[in-house]
Design a binder for this molecule. Structure first.
Ligand SMILES: [Zn+2]
Length: 92
């Protein structure tokens, strides 16, 4: 699990520069999806990991390119397959 408290180096005798102390452990990060997708059939958010290669559609516009990605997964609650759709823009 993520540890949000900063580790304090009590053995340090002089101020440190930017960055973490040399003997500090790597912090673990939870990766949290911006949108929590939900099964349309049963409402559950519990799903299998995304499977296979995603479908990607790139739609270039005058200012930005809209990138739409569909990732396949299966609801763990009722077994319904779905594609989770995610959209982002890239400046061109
Ligand atoms: Zn479901």
């Amino acid at each position: 699990m993520a540890n949000y408290r900063k580790k304090i180096d009590e053995t340090a005798t002089e101020p440190k520069g930017p960055g973490r102390p040399a003997n500090a452990e790597n912090r673990e990060y939870d990766i949290v999806p911006a949108e929590l997708t939900r099964c349309l059939k049963c409402g559950s958010t519990d799903r299998t990991p995304y499977q296979g290669s995603p479908d990607v559609l790139r739609q270039p516009g005058s200012d930005v390119t809209v990138v739409t990605t569909w990732r396949r997964c299966q609801c763990r609650q009722c077994g319904q397959w779905r594609k989770d759709k995610y959209q982002q823009t890239e400046t061109t």
